[in-house]
Design a protein around this ligand. Structure first.
Ligand code: TXA
Ligand code: MG
Length: 355
């Protein structure tokens, strides 16, 4: 957890209209970044906590505000795809093709870093992660700040990523200089992260842009160990993947398999469990087995699951759930991101299959 006493800043909270940007607000936010301060802002994936990505002192404030371990590198956000040239010494043909196909959008490219990138951003690695977001507020803010903006998700380290302004305010009010509040995040899970220094390229974190989407552009793409196996990776490919992540306060347990198998496993677990139980379902609906039980659905298709996942995990905390039993969507290209986030939220804990 972040150090006690860190939440004593005066945070300016501004509501900004993504369809009709108030230029004076964008100018004020850009000034905060230029002055070395911290400003949270919406992107199409999740809200980010930004600072001047070329200013090590400013970048350090991000780590402090989030309580983020210093060995977990940050993504640099640029306004236009061409600006990646400033940040890398070597743009591979694959990286160029993926940027052209998916930027601006929810894709992060890991590339060899240039000398301009501070060590604090890349946590001492030889590479840097770069993304060109499509959200109008993010785009305008980066332009106005006139520098690449370093931005992790705008949550306290370890809790679910924020998909609404309210989530950000709850986590970071008093810890950052400014929060730009706009609509809820359209996508709801963080960007797909791809290591483009490898041949074939390797997906380090799955997101809305899938392996098949990428393969349609560059040919073979691999998944890093741990994403494929569904077990905790021994040597995480991406530093961020080794930390317990996206975790609500409640204990999360997963079920996987046929509808009958998941139903049986949950029924059995409910018999043994005390406290307030919640069921988070994808597809099949589990009936309430007790009066005080909470049943929530993530939706009907993978895009809805992604859109709703983090907000529903936070909602379950607010509702006082002690244990969350999750019916995972069946494995597949388009469910990989939501399964990955669920496995992290659960710390890879599965309910035993009831034979
Ligand atoms: O959608 C997103 O990507 C959001 C929005 C705000 O843009 N940002 C985000 O940042 O999710 P963050 O810091 O929460 O996640 C960045 C991920 C981490 O898993 C980190 O370890 C990985 O990217 N990463 C960053 N730089 C890396 C590098 N040089 N090599 C490998 N992984 C890297
Ligand atoms: Mg994060």
């Amino acid at each position: 957890m972040p150090p006690a006493g860190a939440a004593d800043k005066k945070t300016e909270i501004l509501e900004i209209d993504a369809r009709n940007l108030q230029t004076d607000l964008v100018e004020r936010a850009g000034q905060v970044i230029r002055d070395g301060g911290t400003c949270a802002f919406p992107t199409e994936t999740v809200y980010g906590l930004g600072a001047d990505g070329l200013n090590p002192d400013a970048v350090r404030k991000i780590f402090e505000a989030k309580g983020r371990p210093g060995d977990n590198p940050l993504i640099l956000h640029i306004a236009y795809p061409e600006q990646i040239a400033l940040l890398t010494t070597e743009l591979t043909e694959n990286a160029r093709a993926m940027a052209e196909a998916f930027w601006p959008g929810p894709l992060t490219l890991v590339v060899r870093r240039s000398g301009i990138v501070p060590d604090t951003v890349s946590a001492g690695l030889e590479t840097v992660a770069v993304r060109c977001p499509s959200h109008p507020v993010a785009h305008a803010l980066i332009l106005q700040a006139d520098t690449p903006i370093a931005a992790p998700s705008a949550n306290l380290s370890g809790s679910p990523s924020p998909t609404s302004g309210e989530h950000v305010v709850r986590d970071l009010d008093g810890r950052v200089d400014m929060i730009l509040v706009s609509d809820d995040s359209q996508i709801g899970v963080e960007s797909t992260v791809v290591d483009t220094t490898k041949v074939p390229p390797v997906i380090l974190r799955p997101g809305r842009i899938t392996k098949e989407d990428l393969e349609a552009v560059v040919g073979e793409v691999r998944l890093s160990e741990g994403i494929t196996s569904g077990a905790e990776p021994e040597h995480p490919a991406s530093p961020g993947m080794k930390y317990t992540h996206y975790s609500p306060r409640a204990e999360v347990y997963l079920t996987d398999g046929t509808d009958e198998e998941t139903e049986r496993a949950i029924r059995k677990a409910c018999e043994d469990a005390d406290g307030t139980i919640a069921i988070l379902t994808t597809g099949p609906v589990t009936e309430k087995l007790r009066d005080d039980m909470i049943v929530l659905s993530l939706g009907d298709d993978p895009e809805q699951y992604e859109h709703n996942l983090f907000s529903e995990l936070r909602r379950l905390d607010d509702l006082g759930a002690d244990r969350i039993f999750v019916r995972m969507p069946a494995a597949g290209d388009r469910t990989l991101a939501v399964r990955d986030r669920l496995m992290h939220a659960a710390g890879y804990r599965f309910l035993p299959k009831d034979e």
